[in-house]
Design a protein around this ligand. Sequence first.
Ligand SMILES: Nc1nc2c(ncn2[C@@H]2O[C@H](COP(=O)(O)OP(=O)(O)OP(=O)(O)O)[C@@H](O)[C@H]2O)c(=O)[nH]1
Ligand SMILES: [Mg+2]
Length: 325
Amino acid sequence: MPANLTPQYKKAEERYKAAETDEERLLALEEMLREIPKHKGTEHLQGDIKRRMSKLKDSLAGVGKKGGAKHVDVFHVPKSGAGQVALVGMPNSGKSSILAAITHAHVVVADYPFATAVPVPGMALFEDVPIQLVDAPPITADFAPPGLVNTYRAADLLAIVVDLSGDVLEQMDVCVKYLVSHNLILDEGGDAHLGRKTFVIAAKTDIAPPGTLQSLQELTERPFEYITISSTAGQGLDMLMRRIFEMLDVIRIYAKKPGAEPDMKEPFTLKRGSNVHDLAYHIHRELAEKLKTARAWNSPKIHDGQNVPRDHVLCDKEIIELHFG
Ligand SMILES: Nc1nc2c(ncn2[C@@H]2O[C@H](COP(=O)(O)OP(=O)(O)OP(=O)(O)O)[C@@H](O)[C@H]2O)c(=O)[nH]1
Ligand SMILES: [Mg+2]
């Protein structure tokens, strides 16, 4: 059976042959696999492409190498802080500018597209809670770095960054299609809560034509939350951090040693719904078993200093004194 390879496939194959690095080879092979007509006549070729891809992936991941240099996965961003928010957006949409405005991360802000090549984390503060933002390379209608999906899979929250001074519908369309095709949000049109929690940062409001956000909201099916900002004018950034904190659904707890003042500088952050036992476990696994009693301050329901049981559900900003046996 003839393979009937398309011009798109042949182009990808040329890119594969011209590639100089394994990363480029892998990208080209992925494209070949996408473009290859899927029928019996190409089954053998498809298998061959997949074999070459898995070999390349192994070699990129350092499999089979004895000791020595290990491949570092640049798309794996180790978590820190109370939660991790990864930015999704087309080139030039203003992603890096957000990190530059509210974190100390060294990011490249540039007036040309594709300035960011790999994810870069930075810490932003909401009040006394450190929250990690992750800048990312851009995606377009026909290209995204293959490893980027892993960055997004690991994040607690995804923020689609839309440049309000650009083609907002195209940007939204490209980002949503990317997220849906990688199963990061579900293809249901309705309930955005079922997938990874995702919201929209409507950026560059300082240069947006009037009414842009409104028409974007009206023409977008999914009921995303929109947060309007300008990184350069410093507008909306406090609200952005507040909503991120709220969407992460965490609470902060100040721990107190018996007879000492509570540590009001570095709260522990726990998932909403956590109890006293969870706090002890969070501080130190072994402590949880030794926990005898606890007292609470700054609690909405009880008097300051009152004893609370281990299953006492904690509230944001509560001060807890743990007693161990
Ligand atoms: N007027 C205005 N310009 C902005 C704002 N935010 C970013 N820019 C400009 O937009 C351009 C792109 O910004 P970046 O933050 O580098 O965009 P990016 O999304 O990281 O781009 P890539 O790394 O290519 O994906 C730069 O020239 C920025 O100065 C803003 O709030 N207002
Ligand atoms: Mg960038």
